[in-house]
Design a protein around this ligand. Structure first.
Ligand code: SF4
Ligand code: SF4
Ligand code: SF4
Length: 774
């Protein structure tokens, strides 16, 4: 990923944008954090949050005119949060002293004239930045019009104590300063690196500064600079009318002075100073309107209990729409913008976090739900897919992540399963049935029945294509394998006379629509709606429909499935996430290969959506849910009930070994029954008779080891003598490495066959020295 691509991804995710309250606050106080801390009763933390941004928090916390409240999103669901009142209670009740953090001394002297709120802010900010600061006040005390505020709003002792902070921070204060002389501005600007003049200060002589049409000193509203270089000014209005506006003006001037004396551009990068419109999106779905908590005694404001309740109304605005619906995004405890940076750093090989980033990239199911719910269409699947392509190209993809699935693709496109034929006895095909490798592996009998029914109902010839759509290659970032699969399918479709393809699997359909737009496509379910259902179809009861994630952009198929179910008498229940928002079952994107624990969580989350029996029309959804104990019927089990008439949900989940076996047997059976060909070729290793106890079979399933893998190891060990025999228990241990995975099997011979005691695999190569004996 190039830096500009990272920026493009980052800009799409607006989770790090500030909430409305913070964006509207002229000084961008982290009001969301402050309110949360109040709600948690963490008053000390809340005061620290105020002090991080506010000058003189015990003054401003009492008198701010809180424009943040006009923007607060709670206002769209009830009334805005009373942020001002909460700040007031915080600074009134928390007595702990908060000393602001200071940067090292810079030994550059700045003069500030006047001591209204704007001037005080300039002084506060520049002292914290490490400047030597002298405050010239012509009057007898600091504070200007702040002293005119009612005592119950700003008690004099609070004002005095806060102002004393300035000298504690190192300011030199000159009261009764002579600032009315004609050359005051010149003298100050010659003696100090920069000067700020509070225009609300009585008696300052400003005659050397340019004036505007109204006779006021000309001040650049962005930088607060006057016509004289190094002289800045502000604070024209009465501070008490909008105290926070006066603070903003002071803060702008302090920033400009800091930039001016350090020779940094005073104009650039200041777009987000002051209030601005945030891009943050926060959904109010499910947020009940709530009115503001009323203080029992309005004159004194909230008590602690009332404040806690008021803070509890805060929505804690954030986006996270994608994280709310995706276990994968939730699991890594972040959000897409953060993940994009992690993936970028991983590609740049920034030390640390490589394993986490690999897991992050390979765990996404590529289902696209995030893009559907995101206000900016952020598609985490696309980001992860690009990263997978890059990892493969740089030879950084760990083999463990996808090896099994790629071998499955290899098997399905091999002679063991692949087939492309016209209907028996015909030389042309108007249609071509593509049942998908996963449905053929899970329900071969039903696939065979469906093909028979289509041949019976449709005229013009229904050819058959058994193969894989190449999805595992795409998901693994192996474009070479994926496009090779697509090319084969295209070539065979041409050779069969370009028939209409009838596709049973939504994933295949989605891939074909994108990669093979020249092929006319229709789903099996839409065809069955037209032909009518076989008389043997079973009746259905109450079923919650689980749309596969790959049907997200295919409402026609989703509707067709529901109409078929209605014909079967089903009472349909819709799950909360359906239509354009279905979740993945953990198979997509090869999530279950790279991160089996997460895939189990994904299944558990989907199963928790309803207590009803499920109806699936994706073979992997059905098998994943059934394996997790959920009664799930595949639509094909209802329409073509092969031994499942009594209980369509009763078919057990199909394990990995059986899937291969089923595909191979389906092809053999169809070749024999329909085309009269017996072409069974049995490899030498397949002749090894093995007996595998159920507990070992379960382990093999979890470790994705096929029975055929075990047979190959035993055949290799026995044929070459490369095996170890334990004196203790008589077990033989042998290994074999057909590709990049080494399989190990512990077994013992019994008669003509073998009993398997254990099987495991790893991705290391065993290098044998020439002296090694077995
Ligand atoms: S009350 Fe004032 S300082 Fe506090 S968040 Fe609102 S505008 Fe900012
Ligand atoms: S609801 Fe809370 S986080 Fe959202 S804008 Fe209002 S105060 Fe800020
Ligand atoms: S939905 Fe997700 S990706 Fe989109 S802006 Fe929100 S947090 Fe970011």
């Amino acid at each position: 990923m190039e830096p500009n691509e990272l920026r493009e991804w980052e800009q799409k995710c607006i989770q790090e944008e500030p909430p409305q309250c913070t964006a509207a606050c002229p000084i961008h106080l982290d009001a969301r954090l402050f309110v949360r801390q109040v709600g948690e009763g963490d008053w000390g933390g809340a005061l620290k949050t105020l002090a991080k941004t506010m000058p003189f928090p015990r003054i401003l916390g009492r008198i701010c005119d809180h424009p943040c409240e006009h923007a607060c999103l709670r206002g769209e669901a009830g009334e805005p949060i009373a942020i001002g009142a909460l700040e007031r209670l915080c600074v009134e009740t928390v007595q702990q002293r908060v000393v602001p953090s200071m940067l090292p001394r810079k030994r550059l002297a700045i003069a500030v004239v006047g001591s209204g709120l704007g001037s005080l802010t300039v002084a506060w900010d520049l002292l914290r930045k490490g400047y030597d600061l002298t405050l010239f006040e012509p009057g007898s005390r600091l504070g200007g019009s702040l002293w005119s505020l009612p005592e119950n709003i700003l008690p004099p002792e609070v004002l005095s104590a806060e102002l004393e902070l300035l000298t504690e921070l190192g300011a030199t204060v000159e009261l009764f300063a002579k600032v009315g002389r004609p050359n005051t501005v010149v003298t100050l600007s010659e003696s100090f690196a920069a000067v700020y003049i509070g225009l609300d200060t009585q008696g300052v002589n400003l005659n050397l500064l340019d004036l505007d049409d109204q006779g006021a000193v000309q001040v650049d509203p962005l930088t607060m600079a006057t016509s004289r270089t190094g002289v800045f000014a502000g604070g024209r209005a009465d501070d008490t009318k909008s105290p926070i506006a006066a603070v903003l003006a002071g803060r702008r001037a302090a920033t400009s002075i800091d930039r001016f004396v350090t020779n940094v551009s005073m104009e650039s990068g200041r777009e987000k100073e002051g209030p601005y419109a945030t891009l943050l999106y926060t959904s109010l779905a499910g947020v009940a309107p709530l009115p503001r908590i009323a203080a029992a005694n309005p004159a004194s404001g909230y008590n602690a209990e009332e404040a806690l309740k008021e803070a509890g109304r805060c929505i804690q605005c954030e986006c996270l729409e994608c994280v709310k619906v995706c276990s994968y995004l939730e699991k890594f405890k972040g959000y897409p913008r953060k993940y994009a940076r992690e993936i970028y750093n991983n590609e740049r090989m920034v030390p640390g976090g490589v394993h986490r980033a690999n897991l992050l990239v390979n765990s996404c199911s590529n289902c696209g739900l995030c893009a559907t719910v995101c206000p900016n269409d952020f598609h985490m699947g696309e980001l992860c897919h690009d990263a997978r392509l890059s990892m493969v190209a740089r030879a950084k993809m760990p083999p463990a992540a996808h090896e099994f699935a790629l071998l499955d693709l290899e098997f399905s496109s091999s002679d063991k399963f692949a087939l492309a034929r016209h209907e028996p006895g015909l030389t042309a095909s108007r249609y071509l049935f593509f049942p998908s490798c996963q449905l053929a592996g899970s329900a071969p009998g039903q696939v065979s029945e469906a093909y028979g029914f289509l041949r019976q109902q449709l005229s013009g010839g229904v050819g058959l294509m058994l193969n894989c759509c190449g999805a595992p290659g795409f998901w693994a970032g192996r474009d070479d394998l994926f496009y090779a699969a697509i090319r084969t399918l295209r070539t065979e479709w041409h050779a069969l006379g370009e028939p209409v393809m009838i596709v049973a699997c939504s994933s295949c359909l989605a891939i074909f629509r994108e990669q093979l737009p020249e092929i006319p496509l229709v789903s099996l379910w839409e065809v069955l709606e037209q032909t009518g259902l076989p008389n043997t179809a079973a009746e259905a009861g109450r079923l919650a429909v689980v749309d596969p994630c790959s049907s997200r952009l295919d409402p026609a198929v989703q509707k067709s499935v529901r109409r078929l179910l209605e014909r079967l008498g089903a009472a349909i229940e819709e799950l909360p996430l359906h239509g354009d928002k279905p979740e993945c079952c953990g198979f997509g994107g090869l999530m279950a290969n790279a991160n089996p624990a997460l895939a189990r969580e994904v299944v558990a989350r989907r199963l928790a959506a309803s207590d009803s029996d499920y109806l699936a029309y994706c073979a992997m959804c059905r098998d994943h849910f059934t394996a997790a104990g959920k009664r799930t019927t595949h639509l094909i089990d209802l329409i073509f009930p092969v031994e499942t008439r009594e209980d369509p949900a009763g078919r057990p989940a199909t394990g990995w070994s059986l899937r291969h076996e089923n595909r191979a047997r389906l092809k053999e059976a169809l070749l024999k029954e329909l085309w009269g060909e017996a072409t069974v070729t049995v490899a030498e290793y397949e002749r090894r008779r093995v007996e595998i106890p159920p507990d070992v079979l379960a382990l093999m399933e979890a470790r994705r080891i096929l029975v055929a893998d075990v047979q190959r190891v035993i055949e290799y060990g026995e044929r070459t003598g490369n095996r170890l025999r334990s004196e203790e228990n008589g077990l033989c241990r042998a290994y074999f490495r057909p590709h990049r995975v080494t399989f190990w099997v512990d077994y013992r011979q019994q008669g003509e066959g073998f009993i398997v005691a254990n099987a495991y695999c790893h991705r290391m190569e065993i290098v044998r020295s020439s002296h090694e004996h077995v």
